[in-house]
Design a protein around this ligand. Sequence first.
Ligand code: ADP
Length: 307
Amino acid sequence: MVSSMESVVAVEGLMKRFRNLTAVDGISFHVQRGEFFGLLGPNGAGKSTTIRALYGFSPPTFGRIRVFGMDVRTHWRSIKGRVGVCHQENTLDPDLTVEENLWIFAGYFGIPFKEATVRTSELLEFFSLSHKRSSRVADLSGGMMRRLILARALINRPELLILDEPTTGLDPQSRHLLWQKLELLKADGLTVVLTTHYMEEAARLCDRLVIMDHGKILVEGAPEVLVTRYAGADVVEIEDPDEALRRYVRENRLEHDDLGDRLLLYVSEGSSLLDVVRTRFCVRKCTWRRSTLEDVFLRLTGRELRE
Ligand code: ADP
C-alpha cells in the first residue's frame, strides 16, 4: 500500500457510532491523486456516514481521516478550499438564477466577483448550461440542476471532488451526459470519491472501489478485477432449473447461486462448461451474458431487500 502521506484521502480505522448503532465499523482506505474511487453498498451500509466524515460534517467516533495529509478534524479550514462536495440533497437556491447561484457560492470561498464571473462562464459552458445562465433554478430540469450542482462544487477549482449519488433519479440521457463530463474532469487529473447505487456507473468511472455492508468493507479493488474474482467471466442464467442440473452443479462443484426459480452459473474465461450446460441443460429459457459488477455486488451483499 502507498503511504498515507502520498494519498489525497487516507481513512484509517474509521468508526462512527450513533448511540448504540455502529454505522461505520472500523474501515480503512486510501485514495491516490487522480484516482476515481467508489464507495458502494446497499442502503444502510454506511456510505453516506463515511462521506460526511470525509468532508468534516460528522466527526468520527474513532479513527482518523486525513485529506491532503491533514487531519479533517483539526484542519478542515485549510482543507475546505481544495475540496468540492456534491450532497445528495439539492441545496441550490431556487429563486436565484443559475449564475447567481454560482456567484454566491464563489463568495463563500472569497473568490473576487470578477474572477467568479469568469469561472461561472467556463463552468456553464462545460456543463452545457450557458443558455440557462439567466434562468431561475426552479425552472431547470432535474438533469440541469444536477449539472449545476456539480458546476457549483467546482467553482473553487478543487483538487478533490466528493460526489454522493450524483446521478440518482436522472434519466439515462442525463446520466450519460454527466458521466461524459466526469470523465473529462478525470482526464484533467481531478481526484474523485463517489457513492452510487448504479453498478454501471461505478464500473465505468471508478479506477478502484470498495463494496461495504453493515459498516464494514467487504472487498476493495478495480471493478474488472472484482468481477473476474467474484463472478467469473460469463453468467448463464437458467430459468426453472431441474434436479438434473442441480445435481450436475453440485457434483462438479460449479460456482453458482440457486435462486429457486433461477440458477445462475458463474463461468470463468475459456471454460468448457458453457458447452456442456448449453447442450444438456438449456432446455427452456437460458440467458448467456458477461459477468458484471452487479453480479459481484449481489453475490457479496445478498438479495434481501434493505429498506
Ligand atoms: P448508506 O449511505 O450506505 O445508505 P448511512 O451511512 O446513511 O448508509 O447509514 C448507516 C446507518 O447509520 C444506518 O443504519 C442509518 O440508519 C444510521 N444513521 C445514519 N445517520 C444517522 C444519524 N444521524 N443518527 C442515527 N443513525 C444514523
